[in-house]
Design a protein around this ligand. Structure first.
Ligand SMILES: NC(=O)c1ccc[n+]([C@@H]2O[C@H](COP(=O)([O-])OP(=O)(O)OC[C@H]3O[C@@H](n4cnc5c(N)ncnc54)[C@H](O)[C@@H]3O)[C@@H](O)[C@H]2O)c1
Length: 358
């Protein structure tokens, strides 16, 4: 796929950089969607794509999503993302990560990287040997550490805002939350939910995750798969595993009245937001409620302070409420209201750079 000829939903990027280092085997694509609000921040996905088209498509799609997420989170950061094309288990090496770091450095701060699928805190420590533009490093190295802590907290704040909009109180006591994906984010989220008085029914494909739940939270229930979960008597559905889970098959059988979760790209295709609205299901857009992680790592740019980052993540409650109210008053799905708000901030605040400062 030619970058300039990309379909409309994948085009409009400022810059796409192809990076290669034959000796280490590095093949990476760094996509900068927008720097209207500041340097483009977004993680590095290390993934064995089937072909180059899939890698380019993912970089374009994810970088655009980051621009919207960072804008809504109120960050003075644009949106970017990088993909490393390869098998993270077989192909990752110090030399490859450092070669990648040198390409990030060559952009001189237009792109700031972080962790994503297939890259971890230890990897960012290595990338940071070659660039000052890497976040998501370990706390011992001045980094923000595991971003799933504030991702889970932000999802919890978004869920309380959605509950208030729907039921008049943010309190989750007495509600049942169906959670798919007992991973890094899911595990922190379960604690917030139980502490707030909610009941939890969870599922995961991993036997280890099931064992973790039984050991740590015996009061939570476990069901075998996502179909069983979404057809259970749940008030809120929290997708915290994979994308594409809200689709033509799942929405018709979903019993929850609210969907709020961490997984990226939950809507399988444009139009699903309308299916949800038609069934009276309130959907808080994923990139709105899962921005706690990027808020956490972005704090590293100025010297990490967990309390400050948590205060910022708590604003997800206010923004979610604002978007749900706007959607209702304008008669549009929340996903459309969120897109519009993100675009407006990029346009209005981005424009200010045209006022020349001496
Ligand atoms: N970690 C973050 O800070 C962060 C930030 C923003 C968004 N997200 C998104 O949130 C989601 C969860 O992230 P994570 O860091 O917890 O990932 P993770 O890999 O730690 O956890 C995902 C869990 O989902 C389970 N899973 C996979 N397929 C499943 C299925 N079909 N049904 C049920 N469970 C399944 C896995 O076994 C795993 O336990 C991902 O979509 C991620 O992109 C994460």
């Amino acid at each position: 796929m030619g970058v300039f000829e990309a379909p409309a939903n994948l085009s409009g990027h400022e810059q796409v950089v192809f990076c290669q280092d034959k000796h280490s085997g590095l093949k990476a694509i760094i996509a900068v969607y927008s720097t209207a609000l500041g340097p483009a921040l977004g993680g590095t996905r290390f993934y064995p794509y089937e072909n180059e088209d899939d890698a380019v498509r993912d970089a374009l799609d994810l970088s655009k999503g980051m621009a919207y997420k960072n804008s809504l989170a109120g960050l003075d950061l644009g949106g970017g993302k990088a993909v490393i094309w390869g098998d993270p288990v077989a192909d990752k090496s110090e030399a490859l990560l450092r070669a990648y770091g040198r390409f990030v450095e060559s952009l001189n701060g237009r792109y700031i990287t972080a962790c994503d699928v297939g890259t971890y805190v230890d990897d960012m420590n290595i990338v940071a040997k070659e660039t000052s533009y890497a976040t998501g490093r370990s706390t011992e190295d001045g980094g923000a550490g595991d971003s799933s802590i504030l991702t889970a907290y932000g999802v919890f704040c978004g869920m309380r805002a959605a509950a208030e909009h729907r039921w008049g109180t943010p309190n989750l006591a007495g509600r049942t939350v169906g959670l798919a994906g007992i991973g890094k984010v899911g595990r922190y989220l379960i604690k917030h939910l139980l502490d707030d008085g909610a009941s939890v029914i969870a599922t995961d494909v991993s036997e280890q995750a099931r064992a973790w739940l039984t050991t740590n939270y015996p009061q939570a229930d476990f069901v075998d798969d996502t179909d069983a979960l979404i057809s259970s008597d749940i008030d809120i559905y929290a997708p915290c595993a994979l994308g594409g889970v809200l689709n033509d098959d799942t929405v018709p059988i979903l019993r929850a009245k609210i969907v709020v979760g961490a997984a990226n790209n939950q809507l399988a295709h444009p139009g699903v937001e309308k299916l949800l609205a038609d069934r009276g299901i309130l959907y808080a857009p994923d990139y709105l409620v899962n921005s706690g992680g990027v808020i956490q790592v972005s704090d590293e740019i100025h010297g990490f302070n967990f309390d400050r980052a948590k205060r910022r993540a708590s604003k997800i409650f206010d923004i979610t409420g604002q978007i749900l109210r706007t959607a209702e008053s304008e008669g549009i799905p929340p996903a459309v209201a969120a897109d519009r708000m993100a675009e407006r901030r990029m346009a209005e605040c981005g424009r200010l750079r045209s006022i020349l400062l001496p």
